[in-house]
Design a protein around this ligand. Structure first.
Ligand code: FAD
Length: 334
């Protein structure tokens, strides 16, 4: 029998986990990723000699498969524990209650062990999936992919997944029930360190929801003190189409005001908009699969807005697709 071929759209943790599991079962996998980096919202933005984790800040591991994966990534030296002091509104903790893990030297490194050896087409966005006579055809922004595929796995945020899979049957119309919320992130460095009472500040109301000192994370290069600030969902919604420089200035001002700290002039200041940051209303299923057409969708939005949920969703989709195309599932990663 010819090797089963699968196209995976998206190289975030869900897509890479799905691709890895499929490849371990001897499928021939091609991953298409629109951006130039791996990890998606597990993102790291480089700036000079420093890098910001402007998306996911840390991961927790509760399920056995993800605990195993974090151990593997730890052995590979790309995951380290992070125990910051935390101030949430007016309550203080010397360290997180649960174990927090971070990628090293940046959050995006966390997906590296998954991507090793995979065929990943970077900088190639998928615009359309077509069911042809000989299988799935993939229309990318640089033309039609030269091969057809026996199955497709779509691992992108819900609105984009709906655009790709919505035309292919009723199963995928459920994606329209998922609601995703935006988040503006500001990235700032100070030449002279600032002290805001803790390495992590959290707020339950107001413009900011989170501020973390990236420099306090383990495995970071020595350099100016770097902070990532996340705006709350209501604030991000209200300023969704605002200019990014203006957003960066507003969030920095809010950081000084909310912490009661006079801040020095920043040596770097920028903002990034995550249009589809978190699933406010998740699907409530681990993934979506249409066995008849050998297509599926996965991502955090299926379960919950967490890295571990995205991992679990990608893994579940791989195993569902494997049974659809008649391949045995591999054992748990060792
Ligand atoms: C600001 C912020 C803070 C967060 N903080 C945390 C946290 O502290 N802890 C935690 O556990 N989780 C956190 N999360 C959530 C976490 O980042 C996500 O749950 C997880 O990374 C989602 O992974 P994913 O693979 O499902 O999707 P994504 O990471 O979004 O991956 C999708 C990938 O698909 C690509 N793509 C999209 N469309 C196409 C296309 N048409 N063709 C090809 N490629 C495409 C994208 O470029 C991207 O790389 C945070 C998220 C944000 C935004």
């Amino acid at each position: 029998m010819d090797q089963v071929s699968v196209a995976v759209v998206g190289a975030g943790i869900a897509g890479l986990t799905c691709a890895r599991e499929l490849a371990r079962a001897e499928a021939r996998v091609t991953v298409f990723e629109r951006s130039r980096g791996l990890g998606g919202r597990l993102g790291t933005r480089r700036q000079g000699n420093f890098a910001f984790d402007h998306g996911a800040q840390f991961v927790t591991a509760r399920s056995r498969p993800f605990v195993k994966y974090v151990e593997i990534a730890g052995r590979a030296g790309v995951v380290l524990p992070w125990r910051p002091r935390i101030l949430e509104d007016d309550r203080a903790w010397d360290a997180p209650i649960e174990e927090w893990h971070v990628g090293a030297p940046g959050m995006s490194a966390l997906v590296r062990p998954l991507a090793r050896g995979l065929d990943v087409m970077m900088g190639v966005g998928v615009n359309e999936l077509l069911q042809g006579q000989r299988g799935w055809e993939v229309q990318t922004d640089s033309g039609r992919a030269p091969r057809t595929f026996d199955a497709v796995a779509v691992a992108v945020p819900a609105p984009q997944a709906l655009a790709l899979l919505g035309p292919h049957g009723r199963t995928f119309r459920h994606i329209a029930d998922v609601r995703m919320a935006p988040c503006w992130a500001a990235m700032v460095t100070f030449d002279a360190p600032v002290d805001v009472g803790a390495e992590v500040r959290r707020w339950t109301t107001g413009a900011l929801s989170w501020a973390a000192c990236d420099s306090s994370k383990p495995g970071r290069p020595v350099g100016p003190q770097a902070w990532t600030l996340h705006a709350s969902v209501p604030w991000s919604r209200e300023h969704l189409e605002a200019d990014s420089q203006e957003v960066a200035r507003l969030l920095l001002h809010e950081f000084g005001r909310s912490t009661g700290t006079p801040l020095p002039a920043p040596s770097h200041l920028a903002a990034h908009r995550w249009r589809h940051a978190y699933a406010e209303q998740a699907l409530g299923l681990p993934c979506l699969v249409d066995e008849e057409i050998a297509a599926g969708a996965c991502g955090d939005w299926c379960i919950a807005p967490r890295v571990e949920a995205a991992y679990e969703s990608g893994r579940t989709l791989a195993h569902s697709l494997l049974s659809t195309v008649g391949l045995a599932s591999p054992a748990l990663l060792r």
